[in-house]
Design a protein around this ligand. Structure first.
Ligand SMILES: [Zn+2]
Length: 319
């Protein structure tokens, strides 16, 4: 086991998870609270403080050298603030300052959840060993992150690689972000389901009308369900191809609930990539399912924190 030990927080709209993580990605201590997402900002912070207090109560805490936070976005790492879409009580909330105060002045690194997932996949998942990678989270929204030249590339505010809001349809539907024709507007789970419903697909009576049910129908051969996944795959492929053409990523790792559709998504995604990633230098682009699993948020927050850990840090660090 590496001597380095960091604390990690994974903050989402439904849960706040915390852990102590060693330098090999081992999770030694865990804590967790539901996110009081509809409450005021101080109540949400209270849940974060409860998770931190639980981590700090154990004997390992004295060895912790930094805190990494992966949060639902948008985040602004340059100001240390977060404004998660699904936590309305937090708008420009000074999460870094508050977390630093609770932890007695530990170095804190904040990244968006897409960047955290990317850090996890590069450290312990499907992007391991790749110096240039794009990772995508396709679920309720579409997020992502970049590894460039062997290092995590969060960008100045911690949002770089946010592929969900690249426009792939110039005259497409307006997107809640203010643009139109975004990847997310076509490829997110709710949009896959919406399009299938609009075109006549129906869930089984009493069944859930979500993307998972559309995936099951596609697997059973329902042409409307298949078409909705194919359209999502084309949007993802166009975004991935654009990214690969710009910065020469060698692998695109796709995770999130919608990636659970498996070949229903990945087969048309590979096919569409051959169409959109046309130049010779992007022909070798690999697409792979995410591998870091349910702890990706925590591992990614930890990986993001390791380079700022207060220590005689080893030369080789993830991220
Ligand atoms: Zn958008």
């Amino acid at each position: 086991m590496s001597a380095q030990l960091v604390a990690a927080l994974d903050i989402g709209g439904t849960k706040i998870a915390g852990a102590l993580v060693d330098g090999d990605g081992g999770i030694l201590v865990r804590a967790r609270r539901p996110t009081p997402a509809r409450e005021d900002g101080e109540t949400v912070m209270g849940a974060v403080e409860a998770v931190l207090a639980e981590l700090m109560a154990g004997p390992l805490w004295s060895g912790v050298t930094a805190l990494g936070i992966g949060s639902a976005g948008p985040v602004d790492a340059s100001t240390g603030t977060v404004s998660p879409v699904n936590v309305p009580g937090w708008r420009g909330f000074p999460l870094v300052e508050r977390a630093r105060a609770v932890t007695g002045g530990l170095p804190v690194r904040l990244v968006g959840d897409g960047v955290a997932m990317t850090a996890a996949e590069h450290w312990r998942g499907a992007a391991q060993g790749y110096d240039n990678a794009l990772c995508l989270v396709v679920s309720t929204g579409v997020g992502g992150g970049l590894v460039l030249n062997g290092r995590l590339h969060p960008g100045p505010t911690g949002n770089a690689g946010h592929i969900g809001h690249i426009s792939v349809e110039l005259d497409g539907d307006p997107c809640p972000c203010g643009s139109r024709g975004c990847v997310e507007r076509i490829a997110s789970g709710p949009n896959i389901a919406r399009r299938a419903l609009e075109n006549g697909w129906r869930p089984a009576p009493g069944g859930d009308p979500g993307a998972e049910a559309v995936a099951a129908a596609a697997r059973a051969g329902d042409p409307v369900a298949v078409a909705s996944f194919e359209r999502a795959a084309r949007a993802l492929a166009a975004g991935i191809a654009a990214t690969a053409t710009l910065v020469e990523v060698e692998i695109a790792v796709v995770g999130g609930g919608v990636a659970g559709a498996g070949e229903v998504l990945f087969a048309p995604l590979r096919r569409s990539l051959r169409e959109y990633a046309a130049l010779s230098f992007v022909h070798g682009l690999t697409v792979a399912p995410a591998r870091a699993g349910t702890d990706a948020g925590l591992l990614g927050a930890a990986a993001a924190a390791l380079p700022v850990a207060r220590d005689d840090a080893p030369a080789s660090l993830p991220g």
